[in-house]
Design a protein around this ligand. Structure first.
Ligand SMILES: *[C@@H]1O[C@H](CO)[C@@H](O)[C@H](O)[C@H]1NC(C)=O
Ligand SMILES: *[C@@H]1O[C@H](CO)[C@@H](O)[C@H](O)[C@H]1NC(C)=O
Ligand code: SF4
Length: 458
């Protein structure tokens, strides 16, 4: 497993980069000037600072665990290897990411599969279960978007806290002395403070990249900015992020970002605007006053190019409205990029660019259908016109030469898979950050078998 050594280094690196979020002298000036604007604003700002401070306070208590448990580490590493590792994928990586078998030539993307944030989160959760034998262990949500991992947690008797709809959950089964795991996407501020009030041990598996985004929105608030969040408002990661915001608006794609930019520049029908963004804005959101100074933040798993395009559009709008000199006081962006997401997107880009030279028939993207980082990997070949399929398990490849896959529009469709049995199948493959290598192995094995069975047919 890559987990033990590389992740420690990566965590250390993150701790270093977190320091970059310390306000600069310039930003402190801005905070001071916004504080002196009026006492109302000053009061508001004080309130804003405390949410992050409170979170840091929770994290300091003795029952808040973020580093796992050494006593059970070795056993957990072993069982993770058994559960997720793949010999076939290891063979591919050690053979320069190429492999030929049974008339199928496979090119693996150079970065793929489990990111260290996911591996870390699984290890912390498994360790917690082993470390507290006999205790009731709860989890506030799916740990990551992977059914095998969630099934395994069920097997370990971990209780999934029940969702009641409208973002509400039933915490009544959580009793004194229990253990509560917070998933990789993090928990909202309200959930964290509720858990803090209960007498429970908290295992925080939040990926440090996700909490880095929270620090970004905290910086927005200190600067008196409205956070424009590129993300889906119902995604758990976004839910957690917005719980650390005061004023925010979530835009899920370019179209919604264009609506916001249009309102910034031309104003418009406020009621219709608020109706459209009903679930995606903070309480008492006023587009007439709150869109003058904005900061961009994104979900770590969104499509990178789109975030960048949204950022450029916002920046241009502020230039138009306030002039190039003052624009910088009205638009801010911080780099909240997640390395793992970027590397996986870059790697499939590389495959797409070489697809003609390599003669790829298609690219296979393996990962959960509700995993947004996996869905974004599919966008890259799709937008380049390369035949590609997002499948969530090997069963999606049918013995009758069909493939069942999720399209960019989110539909599940089944179609004819291999078009020409008379030649070798040449394919690219990658997998999302929450996809174990085993899932890739199983899918490739199905294709090898399919080709073997049909060998010699036209
Ligand atoms: C997130 O947004 C920042 C700008 O604020 C951008 O530089 C970065 O690439 C984005 N990350 C992803 C994964 O989209
Ligand atoms: C694949 O998707 C189906 C339908 O959403 C789901 O029932 C199943 O658990 C998923 N399996 C995996 C391994 O992701
Ligand atoms: S994809 Fe990035 S943010 Fe998400 S768990 Fe992995 S490292 Fe963390």
């Amino acid at each position: 497993m890559k987990f033990s050594t590389s992740s420690v280094v990566a965590i250390a690196a993150l701790a270093g980069s977190a320091a970059a979020f310390a306000p600069s002298a310039q930003s402190l000036n801005r905070i001071t000037s916004s504080l002196s604007m009026s006492t109302e604003v000053a009061e508001e700002s004080k309130k804003r600072v405390t949410k992050k401070e409170k979170r840091l306070q929770f994290m300091k208590t003795e029952t808040f665990h973020r580093r796992g448990f050494k006593d059970v580490r070795e056993g957990v590493e072993k069982s993770m290897e058994e559960q997720f590792k793949s010999q076939l994928v290891d063979e591919l990586t050690s053979n320069d990411f190429v492999l030929e078998r049974d008339g199928v030539k496979v090119f693996l993307a150079k970065d793929f599969g489990f990111c260290w944030g996911v591996e870390r989160s699984i290890a912390l959760a498994y360790e917690a279960v082993e470390h507290f034998p006999g205790k009731t262990v709860h989890i506030t949500n799916e740990l990551i978007h992977n059914p095998e991992v969630n099934d395994k947690l069920h097997d370990m008797d971990v209780q999934f806290i029940e969702k009641l709809g409208e973002g509400k959950k039933d915490f009544s089964n959580v009793n004194d002395g229990d253990v509560v795991i917070l998933p990789a996407f993090g928990a909202s501020f309200e959930e964290m403070s509720m858990m803090n009030d209960k007498n429970v041990d908290i295992i925080d598996t939040t990926c440090p990249w996700v909490s880095k985004v929270w620090n970004t929105v905290d910086q927005h608030q200190k600067k008196g900015l409205t956070s424009v969040i590129h993300g889906k408002y119902a995604h758990e990661e976004t839910v957690a992020t917005i719980s650390f915001c005061e004023d925010y608006i979530c835009v899920k794609d370019m179209k919604e970002a264009e609506m916001v930019v249009d309102y910034i520049l031309n104003g418009g029908d406020k009621e219709a605007f608020l109706k459209y963004f009903e679930n995606a804005v903070s309480k008492d959101f006023d587009p007439d006053t709150m869109l003058d100074k904005v900061g961009l933040a994104n979900q770590t798993t969104m499509y990178k190019k789109e975030t960048r395009a949204i950022g450029q559009m916002m920046q241009k709008a502020m230039m138009k409205k306030f002039g190039p000199v003052d624009a910088k006081d009205h638009y801010w962006e911080f780099d909240t990029i997640c390395d793992a997401t970027q590397e996986r997107q870059d790697a499939i880009h590389e495959l797409v660019e070489k697809s003609d030279d390599l003669g790829l028939d298609f690219i296979l993207v393996v990962g959960g259908w509700d995993s947004s980082n996996t869905a974004h990997l599919l966008e890259i070949p799709q937008k380049a016109g390369v035949r590609s399929f997002h499948i969530n398990k090997s069963d999606c490849i049918g013995a009758d030469n069909t493939i069942t896959h999720r399209t960019m529009a989110g539909e599940i469709v089944t179609e004819k898979f291999i078009e020409d049995w008379g030649k070798d199948v040449v394919m690219g493959v990658t997998s999302g950050a929450s996809t174990p290598d085993k899932a890739v192995q199983d899918s490739l094995s199905s294709i090898f078998l399919l080709k073997k069975v049909h060998a010699g047919e036209d």
